[in-house]
Structure formats: structure tokens, C-alpha cells
Design a protein around this ligand. Structure first.
Ligand code: DOR
Length: 425
């Protein structure tokens, strides 16, 4: 592996409080030196003039679909999409087929990743066997095999006693429980946010209360057990407030929000647009404001993509039958920079939510530009204009509600473990 010298970039590493113009020297897969006018010697030089140089992004929540749904995505195609989006670490969800509910399947993902992934893949195991909510999975052996958290994502753990037991098992493992907080009974088959769009389109509504009750119950269980709870894809104002209050009480809580819940409202569903159908559903502008406030005051720790690739036929069908999800890795940065460009979030806060904050939930020494940290870096032009054309996605999933949209900000180079894994040529 050759050495790399990144020259003259605007280096921002929120975890270390670094915000300066300078150079970074990478050798042996690690960050070796940060400074001014570093000599190139025999290194490959990457000119980062007028670009941001950040720790590689970390995605706590994405769907790589392998094993079982390789037509939607594979570990290889999903990690290529990650690299293109500036992500050097992705945590993959266990709603595969079979679901990742035992140690051999965690080992399977790690083995495929070792051979085929171009960025770091960290598997997440199921809370319950087959994600059916009835029996606990083999959490201890999955942790020993390398699972970094547990979730039944896509499903809420309906039985509170099962979740309580899962939390108790997670405690000595030190790993978080990630919950998809939507009470299925209250969702009542709702397809879109309960409100004006559901009413005018004649679609079944999914009330924000379904999320808020689920969040409230889980926070009480986390408080009771002392376990670490991470709330996935928060979408409502009420849920943000529940989390804010839970954190004030000292519950071991963290939370994430997706780029789509931050930038798109329920209006994107007008015309029965299946590309904007997600779970939980897109909400109202008031919810979006509350989510951004939550990012700014630290209530929401992390931005995670919930990259959910699907086949064309999974979306080109009747609204009620369409799959939920957006192929989001390749558009995440461009979407998120809108919030920075309109002055509602600072670039440093955005980068913290994509780097050091997820690293601290994983308790891993990544998402950092400290000397000797792994050389995982993302270089991007924050203003570069480009038009979303899903036919250019490297993900197998071309499902996006952003088709034809102009975004500002694009990754030019992604470096994982000291190797260039993506270059926008
Ligand atoms: O929109 C979603 N799609 N939300 C989820 O929780 C699951 C995901 C998927 O697996 O497609």
C-alpha cells in the first residue's frame, strides 16, 4: 500500500476540534501526520484545495440485503455505494433472508465483507429469532462473532417483556439495543403520515402517536434495566421531546434521524409517489423543524441513512403494495448539505453526526483524524452542483424520490484504511 498526502484541504474533525487548512499524511493504513506544507516524498498527492477533508462517514443503519435479497443489494454493491457517498463504515441491518439471528450468519457477513466489501462492514444481529418478536435470539454468541448491536429493525418488539429481557442480556455485552419505534397496533396498517396528505389522497394514515408511544415505552424499559437504547429513524416532534426528557433523566439513550426525514415532508407522497414511501413515514414541516432542533441541541446524536435498496418492481406497483425505503447512501451528503446551506445546521455539527458521534455509540476508535487512527477519510466539495440520476447509482437499488433534483455538495475521494476506494473522475 502506498503513502498518500492530502494537500491544502479544509480539515474538519469535530471529535478533535480540528478546523484548519492543511495537509494530512497517510501511511500503513493510518493517519501519520497533520500539518502545513508536509513534504510529499514518495506519496501519492491528492490536491484538496477548496474541499473539505473529514473523517470517513459512519452509517449506523443501512440495509445491505445479503443473504437472501441480492437482487436488491449485495455487500459488494452496497459498500461501493457507501464509498461513493463518503461512508467508510456501515452497520448492516439483520432483516435479510434468513435474518441475522445467530452467530454463523454474523460470521457469514463478516467473511463476505472481508472478501468483497470496499469499506468496513459491522453486522447488527436480531433481537428475536427470525425477527418474529417471540423468542430471544442468541445474543451472546452473536456478540462473540462480532455483532455490534441488536435490532429487529422493520419491526418493533411488540412484547415489552421480551424487550426487557433483551436489554438485560445486552448489559454485560455492553452493546446497544436499536429499536424501530412504531407500535404496530396503533399504525393500524397506515401507509403515510396521518394528516392532510393521507386524507386528500385517500390513503390510510399512520399516526405520529404510534411512534411516540413506542419511544416512551422503550425509554421506560431502558431506565428500568439500565441498558443502552438507540432509537432508529426518529421522525416526529413528540418522539424528539420524549428522547430529550429521557436524556435529562439520565437514561442511556441515543437517537438517529435519516436524511429523508430531515429534508422531505409528507408532500413528497402527492401523486401516490411510491419512491417517497418509507417506514416510519415522512411527516410534516413542523416535525422536520423539531428534528433539526434535536440535532442542534444534542437530543439526536447521529444521522444514519437507513439506505433501503429495492428492485424496480418493488416500487412500480400499487401504493399499498409498494416496499418502504429509499436507496440513500449516494445522495445522503448532497441532501444533508441543503440544511447547512440554508443556515439551519453548521457544517461541523453535520460532520459530527456522521463521524465522531456514531463512533462513540459503537465505542470504536474511528470517525477521527487523530494521529494513528485508521486512515478513513472523506474529501468533498461542499458546493459542487450535480443532478441526481439514479441510472448512475452503483447501488443495485435505484429507488429514490430525488430523481432529477439538483444537489449541492459531492464526494470527490473516499479513503478507507489508507486506500482510495472511491474517486470521482
Ligand atoms: O423504509 C424502511 N425500509 N424502513 C425500515 O425500517 C425498513 C427498510 C427496509 O428494510 O426496506
Amino acid at each position: 500500500m502506498h503513502d498518500i498526502l492530502i494537500k491544502n484541504g479544509h480539515i474538519i474533525a469535530p471529535g478533535e476540534g480540528i478546523d484548519q487548512i492543511g495537509d494530512i499524511f497517510l501511511s500503513d493504513g493510518r493517519i501519520k501526520q497533520l500539518g502545513q506544507n508536509l513534504p510529499a516524498t514518495n506519496a501519492e498527492v491528492i490536491d484538496a484545495t477548496e474541499q473539505i477533508v473529514s473523517p470517513g462517514f459512519i452509517d449506523l443503519h443501512c440495509h445491505l440485503r445479503q443473504p437472501g435479497f441480492e437482487a436488491k443489494e449485495t455487500i459488494q454493491s452496497g459498500t461501493k455505494a457507501a464509498a461513493k457517498g463518503g461512508f467508510t463504515t456501515v452497520c448492516c441491518m439483520p432483516n435479510t433472508s434468513p435474518p441475522l439471528d445467530n452467530a454463523p450468519l454474523i460470521t457469514y457477513v463478516n467473511t463476505i465483507a472481508a472478501n468483497e466489501a470496499c469499506v468496513r462492514v459491522l453486522p447488527i444481529g436480531c433481537i428475536t429469532r427470525a425477527r418474529n418478536g417471540e423468542e430471544l435470539s442468541d445474543m451472546v454468541s452473536m456478540a462473540q462473532a462480532g455483532a455490534v448491536a441488536f435490532t429487529d429493525d422493520g419491526n418493533y418488539v411488540r412484547n415489552p417483556n421480551i424487550l426487557r429481557r433483551a436489554m438485560q442480556y445486552s448489559l454485560p455485552l455492553g452493546l446497544p439495543i436499536i429499536e424501530h419505534c412504531e407500535d404496530a397496533d396503533l399504525c393500524d396498517g397506515g401507509q403515510v403520515n396521518e394528516g392532510i396528505i393521507a386524507t386528500t389522497q385517500g390513503l390510510c394514515g399512520n399516526s405520529s402517536v404510534a411512534e411516540e408511544i413506542a419511544v416512551a415505552r422503550d425509554i421506560i424499559l431502558a431506565e428500568h434495566t439500565g441498558a443502552r437504547l438507540h432509537i432508529a429513524h426518529v421522525s416526529t416532534r413528540g418522539a424528539v421531546e420524549q428522547i430529550r426528557q429521557g436524556k435529562k433523566r439520565g437514561v442511556k439513550l441515543s437517537a438517529e434521524v435519516t436524511p429523508h426525514h430531515l429534508t422531505l415532508s409528507e408532500e413528497a407522497l402527492l401523486g401516490y409517489n411510491t419512491q417517497a414511501k418509507v417506514s416510519p413515514p415522512l411527516r410534516t414541516p413542523a416535525d422536520i423543524e423539531a428534528l433539526i432542533d434535536g440535532l442542534n441541541d444534542g437530543t439526536i446524536d447521529v444521522i444514519a441513512t437507513d439506505h433501503a435498496p429495492h428492485r424496480i418492481i418493488d416500487k412500480q406497483c400499487e401504493f399499498a403494495n409498494a416496499a418502504c425505503g429509499i436507496s440513500g447512501l449516494e445522495t445522503a451528503l448532497g441532501s444533508l448539505l441543503k440544511i447547512v446551506h440554508n443556515g439551519k445546521l453548521s457544517l461541523t455539527t453535520l460532520l459530527a453526526k456522521l463521524t465522531c458521534a456514531p463512533a462513540s455509540i459503537l465505542r470504536m476508535k474511528i470517525g477521527s483524524l487523530q494521529v494513528n487512527a485508521p486512515a478513513d477519510l472523506t474529501i468533498f466539495s461542499p458546493h459542487k452542483e450535480w443532478i441526481v440520476d439514479s441510472s448512475n447509482f452503483v447501488s443495485h437499488g435505484h429507488n429514490t424520490p430525488l430523481e432529477g433534483e439538483t444537489l449541492h455538495g459531492q464526494v470527490s475521494t473516499t479513503i478507507y484504511s489508507g486506500k482510495v476506494v472511491y474517486r470521482n473522475t
